[in-house]
Design a protein around this ligand. Structure first.
Ligand SMILES: [Mg+2]
Length: 192
């Protein structure tokens, strides 16, 4: 049975230093992103991107912008032969002001609506699958879904780890520097 890796987008695949990414030009892949995802492809993992995009609910940008940014990501990753099987995004936030997106929704991490959609469509072994992300909401998503969890310290990860590790109920299985190290870790676990 196949296995899957769920990747957060901002701060995991691309740099996230300037707040919301609201146009394609704002998206800059980390230099190791394509190579890391290519390795996961080679190892036979399904690769899914799961990204909270509450900026839609807040009115900072629109669904079409999210889709254009995602398309740029896919295109840039393809230059390094890396392939994403599917991208899931959540435009919801309960404090938003745009009608129909300003709700509590199970697609918003740490809830697992996006996981359930992937699970429904693709067949993979959850227990042997991973989530990699830079926030505790990613770790919560993984815990709630039954995935193995890797917190990375790129993007918001360093701050999240330093400020929230004692208060959060979500304890990651591993904490590593960035996506490239996380993928090396998955390789090592495979070879055990
Ligand atoms: Mg992130």
């Amino acid at each position: 049975m196949k296995k899957a890796v769920f990747l957060d987008r901002d701060g995991t695949i691309n740099a996230d230093e300037h707040g919301y990414i609201n146009k394609p030009d704002d998206l800059h892949l980390y230099p190791f992103a394509a190579e890391s995802i290519f390795k996961l492809n080679q190892m036979g993992y399904l690769v899914f991107v799961v990204t909270n995009q509450a900026g839609v609910a807040y009115g900072y940008f629109q669904i079409e912008d999210v889709e254009k940014i995602n398309a740029k990501m896919v295109n840039d990753l393809a230059k390094g032969d890396a392939k994403v099987d599917e991208i899931f995004y959540s435009p919801y936030h309960v404090d938003g002001k745009i009608e129909s997106f300003n709700i509590q929704h199970q697609d918003r991490k740490p809830d697992i609506g996006m996981f359930l959609k992937a699970k429904d469509k693709y067949h993979f072994n959850t227990k042997e699958s991973f989530v990699i992300g830079d926030r505790y909401s990613d770790i919560g998503f993984g815990k709630n879904a039954g995935l193995r969890t890797i917190l990375i310290r790129s993007g918001s990860g360093e701050n999240e780890f330093l400020q929230k590790r004692n208060e959060t109920k979500y304890k990651p299985d591993f904490v590593v520097k960035d996506l490239s190290v996380a993928v090396k870790l998955i390789e090592e676990l495979e070879n055990k």
